[in-house]
Design a protein around this ligand. Structure first.
Ligand code: PEP
Ligand code: MN
Length: 367
């Protein structure tokens, strides 16, 4: 399964996001309930969070529900509670916007930061409208990944906001809908946010382990993985009484649980690599070169088979042969101690490429 191809990006750089109230601390923490439900819940949660080193208080004002009938948020009344929470707790405040009307209300409420939700990032029309509504403002904005593992949608959203003149942009990784087996609510597929950082090297990366894991007990381990991958910030759902939460009940921590979770996190030291590492890396480099040469050999052979099939008017794909290759390589992987799913995914990528080459029209060299 291939997630992305390299594509050209808009020629604009994104610097590190400087957020009010965040100094050198790393990671910076955004925490708060999935949704603002009532004044007491908002104030009590924010006050408790302000005592444990949180920087930004989050709460959903409007909740995008996949299906109608669930709790859809209390609407703009929540801004009054959040502003009060900011005054009492000293925390900055942030919420999700999904329409120009939300942007207007959030700007009127003087929010410190906004974020774009995963369902919105997946919709270019919605992103464009929000980008236009934000034009001329200098509000920092975090863009969640789209629900599906499609990097061009994520990049497209970044580009639309850049085109609208926004420069204070960061990304939130909240996992992806995924049909493969995974213990998480949304599979982390870490290679995708890592690829985003390769494309936008200085972009601020926030991880949302709550929506990735979907379960309280996964939040800590996922947050640690994010730090190991050098994420700058964490967004964690926290409710003063999670068992009564009107949305995302199973994944919200109490402020006390968040405190324990944050204390257990650690950054690995960024020391120069010594010991055997340089030699081991040299071996990896050599193996990679050999693998690439082998892939080229394999491709020469499949190209030759493709030419034979074409000249004899044979179908390009013989599904029996393909199934046999996949089953055989998965068996071999298991015997050797490799994960068969991993090897199957590699074989699928290799096979996709030979088919792509075989179906592409052969250039007419006589022209
Ligand atoms: C949220 O942060 O509460 C939310 C709705 O998240 P997502 O857009 O990642 O589903
Ligand atoms: Mn939520």
């Amino acid at each position: 399964m291939r997630f992305f191809r390299t594509f050209d990006l808009m020629n604009a750089t994104i610097g590190k996001l400087k957020l009010k109230g965040v100094g050198q601390e790393s990671p910076f923490i955004i925490a708060g309930p999935c949704a603002a439900e009532n004044r007491d819940q908002v104030l009590n949660t924010a006050l408790a969070l302000s005592r444990i080193g949180v920087h930004y208080f989050r709460a959903g004002v409007w909740k995008p529900r996949t299906r109608p009938g669930g709790f859809e948020g209390v609407g703009s009344i929540a801004f009054e509670w959040m502003q009060e929470a900011r005054e009492l707790s000293g925390l900055k405040i942030t919420t999700e916007v999904a329409t120009p009307r939300h942007v207007e209300a959030a700007l009127a409420a003087n929010m410190d930061l906004l974020w774009i939700g995963a369902r919105t990032t997946a919709s270019p029309f919605a992103v464009q409208e929000i980008a236009e509504a934000l034009k001329g403002t200098d509000l920092p904005l975090l863009i969640k990944n789209p629900v599906s593992p499609d990097l061009s949608l994520w990049c497209g959203a970044v580009e639309r906001f850049l085109e609208a003149g926004l420069r204070r942009i960061g990304l939130i990784h909240r996992g992806f809908s995924w049909i493969g087996g995974n213990s998480c609510r949304n599979a982390p597929l870490w290679n995708l946010p890592i690829e985003m950082r390769r494309l936008w090297p200085d972009v601020t990366m926030v991880c949302d382990p709550s929506h990735i894991g979907g379960r309280r007990d996964l939040v800590g381990p996922l947050a640690q993985q994010a730090l190991d991958l050098d994420f700058d910030g964490l967004l964690i759902e926290c409710h003063i009484d999670p068992d009564t939460a009107l949305s995302d009940r199973g994944q919200q921590l109490t402020p006390a649980e968040l405190e324990v979770t944050l204390k257990a996190l650690h950054r690995r030291k960024d020391a120069p690599l010594a010991g055997d590492i340089p030699a081991l890396r040299a071996r990896i480099d050599a193996i990679d070169r050999e693998m690439i040469a082998l892939l080229a050999n394999r491709q020469d052979i499949t190209d030759e088979i493709g030419r034979y099939k074409k000249s004899h008017d044979l179908p390009l794909l013989q599904s029996g042969r393909y199934s046999q290759i996949i089953a055989d390589r998965a068996k071999l992987a298991r015997e050797i101690g490799l994960d068969p799913d991993y090897v199957t995914a590699l074989m699928e990528t290799i096979h996709d490429e030979s088919i792509r080459r075989q179906v592409e029209p052969t250039p007419d060299t006589s022209l």
